[in-house]
Each structure stands twice: as structure tokens, then as C-alpha cells.
Design a protein. Structure first.
Lengths: 114, 116
């Protein structure tokens, strides 16, 4: 079975540019999570969706960040305009609402903003 | 207050020996779940093991077991017969259903190094 798929795996961009990160959750999962990982702040939950609806976006740092989930198999996290402090690894994870609700993570996108 | 505390920033173990990674948690919920994830140097987050607050037995998955002591609010990960490939960062996480819903709260992690 395919796991969570993220693209791109690496992104290098210049300050002020728009960055779009993409995620395909595991088929059948109805929760999708976006995390950011940095050395300073560890793993932070940015936003999560249930059945394509944003449930909690309290972790989104500021208005430069936005996330969408137009359908059950696709989500995007957009940063516009990007800043050097946005450099981090961004993970997408998905889970199923029944049972343990274990979150399965994608491989992550390493973002470097110059 | 920290909800998940991992007091060991780094641990070392000899290959083939067992090692315990500590995790304590704080919640007032009666129903919660505890998770351990492994993050090797390649960066991916790999789910290892789960323990539910109502589970009567300690969880086991192959060489991984969870030493769950509910009264002490601890959920330590035990890795038996360590292998070189076990060298990684290990994160403890919790979901307390009433307080946090589907959110996971992660600890700061323990870096495990397995020596040959």
C-alpha cells in the first residue's frame, strides 16, 4: 500500500517567492495533518483537516501560511511570501478516524528559503 | 506545563543489548493514547508502537515494547537486542481525546546511538 506522498522532497527558493507543498494522504484516511519541524521548536502542528474541512488551524504561524484540501486525496500548504525563518522540514500525516487513529507521516519536504 | 517529557536528550547502548527510553506525560483525560515514533537520519517519521490508556497489557511490536505505568504516567519504550539500524531520534507522543481531539503532542525526543 502506498504511504503518504509529499512533493517536492526538497525545495530551495528565495525570500519573497511563493512556495507550495503538496500532500496525498493514505487512501481511506479522513484526517490530514500538516507539521513543521525545526531544531529550535521541534515538531509543531500547523493545521489539520477532517473530511477535507479544516478543524484546527491555531498552529498556522501567520497569514503568509495557508492550507487547502480540495478533495480527500490532495492537500496543499502554501507560503506567500516566503521568509528565511520558514526554512524547515514540513511533514504531512494522515490517519483513520477509527481505533488508534495512528498518524502515518510522509517523507517530508525540506524547505530552504534563502 | 509540558505534556510530554523525555528527559534523556541522548542515550548510548551497545549492539545486542536492551535500552529503555523514558517518557512521562501529563493529562487529566481518562482516555488517551501514547505513541512512539522513530526518526532516522534520513528524516522520515516511522510509527513504532501504540498504547491506549485502557489497554490492560503492555503493547509489544517485535523488538519494541512499551512499559506502561499508568499511575506514574510513564510510557517508556524498551528496545531489545539493539541493532545498528536503531540509531535514530525517538519521539514519544500523546493524544488525549477530550482535551486535544485528534492533535498529537510530541516530546522533544531522545537521540539513541547504538555502538558496535
Amino acid at each position: 500500500d502506498a504511504g503518504v506522498i509529499q512533493s517536492p522532497r526538497h525545495e530551495v527558493t528565495e525570500m519573497g517567492q511563493e512556495v507550495t507543498l503538496r500532500c496525498k494522504p493514505i487512501s481511506g484516511h479522513d484526517y490530514l495533518f500538516w507539521y513543521r519541524q525545526t531544531m529550535m521548536r521541534g515538531l509543531e502542528l500547523l493545521i489539520y483537516f477532517n473530511n477535507n474541512v479544516p478543524i484546527d488551524d491555531s498552529g498556522m504561524p501567520e497569514d503568509r501560511f495557508s492550507a487547502k484540501m480540495p478533495n480527500a486525496s490532495f492537500s496543499t500548504l502554501k507560503i506567500q511570501p516566503s521568509e528565511p525563518r520558514d526554512s524547515a522540514v514540513y511533514f504531512c500525516a494522515s490517519s483513520y478516524y477509527r481505533g488508534k487513529r495512528t498518524q502515518y507521516f510522509g517523507p517530508g519536504t525540506r524547505l530552504l528559503v534563502l | 506545563a509540558q505534556k510530554i517529557t523525555q528527559t534523556q536528550p541522548g542515550m548510548f547502548v551497545q549492539e545486542k543489548e536492551a535500552v529503555t527510553l523514558d517518557c512521562t506525560y501529563d493529562t487529566s483525560d481518562q482516555s488517551y493514547g501514547l505513541f512512539w515514533y522513530k526518526q532516522p537520519s534520513s528524516g522520515e517519521m516511522i510509527f513504532l508502537i501504540y498504547q491506549g490508556s485502557y489497554d490492560e497489557q503492555n503493547a509489544t511490536e517485535g523488538r519494541y515494547s512499551l512499559n506502561f505505568q499508568k499511575a506514574r504516567k510513564s510510557a517508556n519504550l524498551v528496545i531489545s537486542a539493539s541493532q545498528l539500524g536503531d540509531s535514530a531520534m525517538y519521539f514519544c507522543a500523546m493524544r488525549d481525546f477530550q482535551t486535544s481531539g485528534s492533535r498529537l503532542t510530541f516530546g522533544e525526543g531522545t537521540q539513541l546511538t547504538v555502538n558496535p
